[in-house]
Design a protein around this ligand. Structure first.
Ligand code: AMP
Length: 363
């Protein structure tokens, strides 16, 4: 656990004017619907924005206040933190916030109330911890190989850190593993030290569903919010080429996320979808108290046995939530139109204020 203690955050929150809370985030990733949703729920909004990256936020008009910084990571500077606290800000974390601010800073230096469980962010960022959460929850995941010499079927090779699929490759033997490692190094996509940390897992042949959930700690309920599939470069462009040409040109595809498509899953699979969401929430409550809180995502591949296999999770808003800024097929069922993930977060904060239970959802 980091230096930023919950008691300190609750003291800061105590000093806040609860009638004038500002919802704030870093201008990147999923900030558009986080801030838009906050406005829909009646909050003031603020964006911490890197100079040169302000255009979308100005054009879409999602932020009441702009805090301009030279670099994203300056969000943890004392001066920026003071500005945020002076606005009674609650910060909503997302993937870029964690990546740019840095986990250590979020845990040790960022004395601003945050929505969700601060301590769980490390668990999604470090592959071994993430795996522990899934294994403890008894969720179906791809089989893992301890060393490349053991490769006996198609495997997916991944490297540490969230790098959006850059440098990932598929291999079917130890020899192929070695030759592709060399090719990735030559491209400058991986370094020698990455090779030792290569994560090798069974290649799951199936369709991609990234499932977005919201766990309401106030109501102790897991809600299904939406689903997307990834649009990845170069693989998704590559497959538009006739197979004959794919064989002729010697390109090894990569899996860099460039965008997302909204998708719905076969209705008969929804039982599994809720089951794995419930399992992750239970597992997190056991391993990282108080557990998940707010948005989380299970990235899955559904194979032709109709098994939902989870290859990755996020314990905060995932980028694919951008596919349902005005609501999804699933939020429609529970909320009618217009419920984005950002708005759901703001609704939870509003409920927390009204019920005087903010301490349950803020760290
Ligand atoms: P990630 O960075 O973990 O989100 O993975 C990037 C992409 O790699 C995914 O969207 C999938 O297309 C693919 N992928 C990841 N793990 C596997 C796997 N075990 N089997 C097949 N494809 C995978």
């Amino acid at each position: 656990m980091g230096e930023v203690k919950k008691e300190r955050i609750l003291e800061i929150l105590d000093g806040y004017d609860k009638e004038n809370i500002t919802i704030a985030t870093l201008g990147s990733h999923t900030s558009l619907h986080i801030l838009n949703g906050a406005k829909e729920e009646g909050f003031r909004t603020a964006i911490v924005c890197e100079k040169g990256r302000e255009v979308p936020y100005e054009r879409f008009g999602v932020a009441d206040e702009f805090i301009m910084v030279d670099q994203f990571k300056d969000i943890v500077n004392e001066e920026v933190q003071e500005k945020l606290r002076a606005m009674n800000a609650i910060v909503v974390p997302h993937g870029s916030f964690v990546a740019y601010a840095g986990l250590d800073n979020v845990e040790d230096k960022f004395n601003v109330p945050m929505f969700g469980n601060r301590d769980i962010l490390r668990w999604e960022a470090e592959r071994d911890l993430e795996r522990k959460l899934l294994v403890n929850g008894n969720v179906r995941i791809p089989m893992k190989y301890d060393k490349p010499e053991d490769i006996d079927r198609a495997v997916m090779v991944k490297f540490p850190g969230a790098r959006g699929g850059r440098g990932y490759f598929v291999a079917s033997s130890f020899e192929e593993f070695n030759s592709k490692i060399e090719a990735m190094k030559a491209r400058g996509w991986i370094e020698d030290e990455d090779v030792e940390q290569a994560h090798i897992e069974e290649y799951v042949s199936g369709c991609n569903y990234c499932i977005h959930y919201f766990y309401s700690a106030l109501d102790d309920e897991v809600e299904l919010m939406g689903m997307d599939s990834r649009y990845e470069s170069s693989i998704d462009g590559f497959v538009r080429m006739p197979a004959k040409d794919q064989l002729d040109i010697d390109i090894s595809p990569s899996y860099v996320v460039t965008g997302n498509h909204p998708v719905v899953i076969r209705e008969s699979l929804l039982t599994q979808v809720f089951d794995i969401g419930d399992k992750l929430v239970k597992s997190a409550a056991e391993l990282v108290k108080p557990g998940l809180n707010g948005p989380f995502c299970m990235q899955t591949l559904v194979n032709d046995n109709l098994e939902v296999v989870v290859f990755e999770t996020s314990a905060r808003t995932d980028g694919g939530t951008n596919t349902f800024m005005e609501g999804s097929a699933y939020t429609y069922l529970k909320y009618g139109s217009g419920m984005s993930m950002g708005r759901r977060v703001a609704r939870e904060i509003k409920n927390g204020i009204e019920r005087d239970e903010l301490e349950k959802i803020i760290t």
